[in-house]
Structure formats: C-alpha cells, structure tokens
Design a binder for this molecule. Structure first.
Ligand code: PMP
Length: 317
C-alpha cells in the first residue's frame, strides 16, 4: 500500500546522483532493516529575503560524520561533499523552505549482526515540513509529561550518535505521552536526572538564569541547543549547564524545548503542573525571536549560521 506524504518532493540525493523520489529504495534484506544500523541528521532550510538558507549545515554534517565514526560506518565523502550535496538537493527540488534528512545506512543482503562488510549507502531527502509539535505550539506552548521511559544509560546506546536505533526509545516515550494526551514526554537519564524530550533538548529559566542538562545526562548534543547557548551568552544571561532533578522542572519560571524540527517550543505545563504563568515567558520569547529572526534572515546573522542556496538557472524567484 502506498503511503501518502504531503511534503514529498521530486529528487533524492543518492550517493552522488539525484534520483527520482520513487527510486530511492533499499532491499528488505538490508542490514539496517533488521539491526537498526543507520545514522541520520535533521536540518532546516528557511525561506529568507535572499532566497533559501540552510541553518548550520556544516555543524549538522559534522555530527553526521561523528555518528558514523561512533558506529564505524565508513563514509566515502568529505564534509564539503555532503554540504554541497545538501545544497544541490534543495536547489534540484526548487524548494524555498524544507527539512533535510541525510541518512547513512548499512544495506546489502547478508544476515547477521556483524555488519562491517555490508555496503554503506548515503541519501539526502528534502521535504516540506511545518511546525513539528503542532500549529499553536510555538505561539502558546505545549503540555508535556515526564515519561516512564528512561534515556539509555551511558554504557548502552551512545547518545551523541544520532542513530536510528536510539529512536525506538524516543518512540516509546512519544507514544506513551500521546496516549495520555500530552504533546511530548521528557525522559530522565539512567540516574534519574532530567535528560531530554523524544526529539528535543530542554531548557529551564529560573531567577533570570538559563539551565540545561549536560551531555553526560544522555542527551543528543543538539545544534539548536548550541545556538541557544550562544544567543543567551550574547544576551548576557547566566548559563548553568548542570544535572537537574525532575522537580526543578515544576519550579521553573519558564521552560522550553529546542530542536531543528521543534525550533524553540515553549512548555506551559509538566505533569499538569503549570510552569510559571502558564504561557511563554519573556526570556523564552526573546530567545525564540532572535533564533527565528536569524534563521529566517530577518535580523543579521552574526554567527555565520546560514548557507545560502543559489537559484538554479531558469528558475524564477
Ligand atoms: N534530542 C533528540 C533525541 C533529538 O532527536 C533532537 C533532534 N535532532 C534533538 C535533541 C535536538 O537536536 P538539534 O537541535 O540538533 O535538532
């Protein structure tokens, strides 16, 4: 049965070639199907007054290389090759704004967990994706819970790798949260400290200082998290990267998620306990405005975060 995907585009980059959407397939015997051997990225390209701009493209591709290194996936590309491939994918699909999904998978047709001799294939998919946590999430905030599922212990699944397999844990968290009528779940780490959402990092504000969990708390080292830390530093906000107990969430003046898909999403309640005044707080708004302003080219980008996508010949903008 064909699935529908409203964000679907024309071309997918497949190991150096742009192929039709329908031709970016792999065999059911592929190692990744049975053993979860994939790593991937999620990148946003924003529409700006000067054309499409990919947000922090190099940093995302660097993390893809890091994930490959952790899982011993040999990539036959240099960082610059994949940066260019991402730009080509946006241009070939004539997209103004999109979500980019580079994914590296072990394929082949040989069974068995030990997959080091399986072929490694790389794809870059572009599609149209709106607000990840719902339409009014960015404006009004979301209601979330603390999940009964924990983030994996540090000596189990490496959290710094953005690997497909990690998202089984995320899926359990998300399904539980949605089942219980929450938008998202926050996981604690294996020691019981706050870790992150199923696909987002987490920030708290209390008495004007910004708090976030360290990478030792089983988080993915988010690129949006890094962007927020840099924006907050330049705004002169005190930053505390430290382990946080669950109840600190309830006592926060403001809370928000960060992520490429989720962008800066305010949180208005946790476990039905209202956070602050139950609406996005002033620091959340300030950080959100700065982040979105830079990403959408409305305010100057002092950090060099945007990679412009040239207009392909013959395409009018
Ligand atoms: N944690 C998890 C588990 C994620 O899937 C994501 C989304 N990639 C993030 C955090 C946020 O990372 P980033 O800001 O780089 O998108």
């Amino acid at each position: 049965m064909a699935s529908t995907n409203s964000g679907r585009t024309q071309k997918i980059w497949r190991d150096g070639r742009l192929v039709g959407w329908e031709d970016a397939t792999i065999h059911v015997m592929s190692h990744v199907v049975h053993y979860g051997s994939s790593v991937f990225e999620g990148i946003r390209c924003y529409s700006t007054p000067n054309g499409p701009a990919v947000f922090r493209l190099r940093e995302h591709m660097r993390r893809l290389f890091d994930s490959c290194k952790i899982y011993r996936l040999p990539l036959e590309y240099q960082l610059d090759d994949l940066v260019q491939a991402a730009i080509d994918t946006v241009a070939a699909n004539e997209l103004e704004a999109c979500y980019l999904r580079p994914v590296v998978v072990r394929t082949g047709e040989q069974m068995g967990v030990y997959g080091v001799s399986a072929p490694v294939e790389t794809f870059i998919i572009a599609w149209k994706w709106g607000a990840y946590l719902g339409h009014d999430a960015l404006e009004n905030g979301v209601d979330v819970c603390v999940s009964s599922w924990r983030r994996a212990a540090p000596d189990t699944f490496p959290a710094l790798a953005k690997a497909g397999g990690n998202y089984l844990n995320s899926q359990l968290t998300k399904m539980e949260a949605r089942q219980d009528s929450y938008v998202e779940g926050i996981m604690l780490d294996s020691f019981g400290y706050v870790s992150e959402g199923s696909g987002e990092n987490l920030f708290a504000v209390r008495d004007g200082a910004l708090y976030t969990s360290p990478i030792a708390a089983g988080i993915l080292s988010g690129i949006t998290r890094d962007s927020v830390l840099r924006i907050a530093t330049d705004l002169g906000l005190p930053i505390r990267e430290q382990v946080l107990p669950r109840e600190f969430l309830y006592l926060a003046d403001e809370l928000f998620f960060t992520g490429t898909a989720a962008e800066i999403t305010p949180i208005r309640s946790v476990d039905r306990i209202v956070i602050g005044e139950g609406k996005p707080g002033p620091l959340t708004r300030r950080i959100q405005d700065t982040y979105m302003g830079i990403a959408q080219g409305r305010i100057a980008d002092p950090y060099g975060w945007l990679t412009m996508v040239p207009t392909p010949a013959g395409v009018e903008r």
